[in-house]
Design a binder for this molecule. Structure first.
Ligand code: TXE
Length: 480
């Protein structure tokens, strides 16, 4: 049984108390590795390493830091198949998705911030003939990065890349549910020559190591992606410490389909927006609103495409829909399908656990599910399910569509499908979300601000937003 290790001061080390957690393969339901159940003793070791490494890392030229991070990105590319297979096994997602999205983006995240830091400028403000002000943007010091299980290496690197590029040292905690690619990443970092102690990776649970990480007095900023309730907890426990917090939380994203949309292209993309990664992306469009004149036609075409999704072994090249990440999560998703029916919903397709054959017979597979006939205010339409479940309903006006879209506590992403330019701009302006895609979904420019409003979080990642989060501005005013 493979035992993963923590990565502290450039070395792979065992947890000091010698405790481990089982790691289950979602497609088979079998335990296939163990990970450190890290504790505060491991955290203190990591903080010491990060503290020791930070001055020299911050003192490196931007070009030198960029050079090292570029080598990390190159090393990810060199190991992309191994990483993609590990991600598919650990998370249950199709190998093709892991390869083309997760690992591709992990490399792109690192490469992007290696380049961005060399272009990261600050400001100066002249006071006539009296004085000149300039703004320094220095690294914060030691920062904490906590990432979830849905896009493991993708979101792990999305956080550590700007943190490292800005000259901070990092203590990172991947999800205990999907630790494998972060573990493999440590070898990549050593291969690329990342100096010891610059990045430290601690495995384990939220309470045992996540909580101490967020409250450690020497860790001055926390970048977190995960559930809204966890984000609220982190806000509470760090409130009096005045740390910088970036919280990218849950979503319950609306998809607005207008009658003038490009029909075939819209159906294709709305299926992808609802079920990519088995619906386990915070940006997935799980509430689909269709303008009434095309409701029946769109419903028939949409359900037909969903039925055609190929459910299978994540390691099979033809698989389009893999396993859910864990049994507890599968049970949560199935409970919401039950709830939807109790709330008056009709299942148009899916709704059941899939019993597979062969090696996946004990895996966590759920059919992609489409439900209609629910009220917008029911729990099924208000709560984040984070699985292969979406609801559809008609609307009759732009104003009604916007009201339905905005009718939840969340405000992360949305997509709008229309060829009416004026409507597209107007609806984009009115939707309460951090991201609005028009006639596209998950089309990403890493320079753009990324994050949500309301219960979807606080702060933004991406581009200069991320570099500013991971630096402290200081204004220096010099009298002539
Ligand atoms: O998130 P958690 P999970 C949503 C989605 C999902 C729910 C739970 O609804 O069902 O969150 O998913 C660490 N202090 N999203 O369990 O529990 C934890 O170990 C510090 C949306 O993944 O929030 C993991 O590393 N850290 C989200 C990370 O936080 C703590 C993507 C996320 O775990 C902690 C994933 C604590 N007290 C889930 N408790 C998105 N927006 O993309 C846990 N952690």
């Amino acid at each position: 049984m493979q035992k993963l290790k923590n990565y502290i001061n450039g070395e792979l080390v065992e947890p000091q108390l010698g405790q481990y957690i089982d790691n289950v393969e979602p497609a088979t339901g079998q335990i296939y590795s163990q990970i450190p159940d890290s504790t505060v003793e491991d955290l203190e070791q990591a903080v010491a390493a990060a503290e020791n490494a930070q001055p020299a890392w911050a003192a490196l030229s931007l070009e030198k830091r960029a050079e090292i991070l570029t080598k990390v990105a190159d090393a990810i590319d060199g190991h992309s198949n191994e990483l993609a297979k590990a991600e598919a096994i650990d998370n249950g997602k199709p190998f093709s998705l892991a390869k083309n999205v997760d690992i591709y983006r992990a490399s792109a995240n690192i490469r992007f911030f290696a380049q961005a830091i060399t272009q990261f400028s600050s400001e100066s403000h002249a006071m006539g003939n009296e004085a000149i002000n300039y703004t320094l943007r220095d690294p914060i010091g030691i920062v904490g990065c906590i990432s979830p299980w849905n896009l493991p290496l993708y979101l792990f690197t999305w956080k550590i890349a700007p943190a490292l590029a800005a000259g901070n040292t990092v203590i990172a905690k991947p999800s205990e549910v999907t630790p494998m690619t972060a573990y493999l990443f440590t070898k990549i970092c050593n291969e690329a020559g990342l100096p010891p102690g610059v990045l430290n990776i601690l495995h384990g649970t939220g309470p045992s190591i996540g909580n101490p990480l967020t409250t450690h007095p020497k860790i001055k900023a926390i970048s977190f992606t995960g559930g809204t309730s966890t984000g609220a907890h982190i806000s509470r426990v760090t409130a009096g410490m005045f740390k910088k917090l970036s919280l990218e939380l849950g979503g319950k994203n609306p998809t607005l389909v207008f009658a003038d949309c490009d029909f075939e292209e819209t159906v294709e993309n709305v299926v992808r927006a609802a079920f990519a990664n088995q619906g386990q992306i915070c940006l997935c469009g799980s509430r689909i609103y269709i303008e009434r004149p095309i409701y029946d036609k769109f419903k028939a075409a949409f359900v037909g495409k969903v039925k055609a999704l190929k459910i299978g072994d994540p390691l099979e090249p033809s698989t389009q829909h893999g396993a859910l990440v864990s049994k507890p999560h599968m049970d949560k998703v199935l409970s919401y399908i039950e709830l939807a029916q109790d709330e008056g919903g009709t299942i148009l397709t899916g709704g059941k656990q899939v019993t597979m054959k062969g090696r996946c017979r004990d895996g966590f597979f759920v059919e992609p599910t489409v439900i209609e006939g629910l009220d917008n205010n029911c729990r099924t339409n208000q709560e984040e399910i984070f699985g292969p479940v979406c609801t559809i309903m008609p609307f009759d006006s732009d104003e009604e569509a916007i009201e339905l879209a905005n009718g939840t506590q969340y405000g992360l992403a949305s997509s709008v499908w229309t060829n009416d330019l004026k409507r597209a701009h107007r609806v984009a302006k009115e939707i309460e979300a951090g991201i609005v895609w028009i006639n596209c979904w998950l089309l990403r420019d890493l320079r753009t601000p990324f994050g949500g409003v309301k219960s979807s979080g606080v702060g933004r990642e991406g581009g200069l937003e991320a570099l500013r989060f991971f630096t402290e501005p200081k204004n220096v005013c010099i009298k002539y």
